[in-house]
Design a protein around this ligand. Structure first.
Ligand code: LMR
Length: 334
């Protein structure tokens, strides 16, 4: 944890001294995106419902936009108990030693939200969340964002258009391999650093759903966005297990209910939010939005789906097959 973050941790811990019995239980919910995104709105909705259902016995403080912690630091802060809730993207769990979560990063593995939900709302999703427990983390829910577009400063019509480019990615070996499959150079960095890296030219391009591209103003420093929908980006909402288990039973039940409601809300608005962000990107006139033809999309699929086989040993081949069975995805039908 960096020096500034350490100070924040110390100050937050000190603020816990002098707590009276009738003081509300405080949940610090830290995240890295803008308030005006599916995750940002989901967190605010959880706050609203948690405070209402517990009669204000719980207070939820939402810290958006990496104001408290950046990607890696927030995981450490949760395990230390300095923050109580996070919703990191599923691409950010491998630093905990949980490579299985990278299955969500496999290009084109989910053909839309319905296929994805078969996994996140079923046994596979439950088993994945259970893997967090030995790390002192309780998985509460999956929240959607959406499907990613590539962006760069030159047109993107075929995989070859990204060859040789330095592309910002999240901390996932699958995303690294995905960029290599295009002949691009992956550059891992925190979300909060992506805009500056694009603006300064340190990286040439990136990928994200439109809600993130737009609210971080990445479209202002990228001349081209291609609607490749080549991968999914979503979140696991997590809490510190010791904190969760120590809550009074009635409070825990009310928070579970608030989380169920917030999950339904976040997943209901995710597509709308991304559609709205895409319309705003188009309206800005600052970047050209390209819609690839069927043949062009097939070329991206042919270039990227071999990443599944390449990463099977790392992730867990049985898990990948189980997802294929659940969603009906067949890599040989390209
Ligand atoms: C990113 O780092 O690109 C995104 O995962 C950020 C987020 O949490 O949506």
């Amino acid at each position: 944890m960096k020096f500034r973050s350490l100070w924040v941790a110390i100050l937050l811990s000190l603020s816990a001294f002098g707590v009276r019995a009738d003081d509300p239980i405080v949940i610090r919910f830290s995240h890295v995106v803008a308030p005006d995104t599916p995750k940002g709105k989901g967190a605010e909705y959880f706050k609203l419902r948690a405070e209402a259902l517990t009669g204000a016995r719980v207070r939820v403080e939402v810290y958006p936009n990496s104001t408290l912690y950046k990607d890696r630091e927030e995981m450490e802060a949760l395990q230390l108990g300095v923050v109580q809730m996070l919703a990191p993207s599923l691409a950010k769990f491998s630093p905990l030693g949980l490579r299985e979560f990278e299955v969500f990063d496999l290009p084109y593995i989910f053909d839309g939200y319905a296929a994805l939900h078969k996994v996140t709302t079923g046994r596979i999703g439950r088993d994945l969340l259970a893997l967090l427990e030995p790390r002192g983390i309780k998985g509460l829910a999956f929240w959607d964002n959406g499907f990613k577009s590539f962006s760069a400063n030159t047109p993107i019509r075929s995989p070859a258009d990204l060859a040789g480019k330095r592309m910002r990615i999240q901390s996932s070996k699958v995303l690294e391999e995905q960029m290599r499959a295009l002949g691009a150079q992956p550059q891992e960095m925190a979300f909060s650093d992506a805009y500056d890296a694009l603006r300064s030219g340190f990286v040439d391009g990136t990928e994200n759903p439109h809600s993130n591209l737009y609210t971080q103003r990445m479209h202002e420093v990228q001349k081209h966005v291609a609607l490749t929908e080549h991968g999914y980006l979503g979140y696991a909402v997590i809490t510190n297990r010791r904190f969760w288990d120590a809550l009074p039973r009635d409070i825990r039940r009310q928070l579970e209910r608030a989380m169920e409601e917030a999950t339904a809300y976040a997943n209901r608005i995710a597509k709308e939010e991304n559609d709205r962000a895409l319309a705003a990107i188009r309206a800005s006139g600052l970047t050209e939005v390209y819609e690839p033809s069927e043949d062009e999309l097939t070329a991206f699929k042919r270039a990227l789906v071999p990443v599944h086989e390449k990463m099977a040993g790392r992730i867990d081949e049985a898990l990948i097959r189980a997802i294929y069975r659940e969603t009906g995805f067949d890599p040989s039908r390209l």
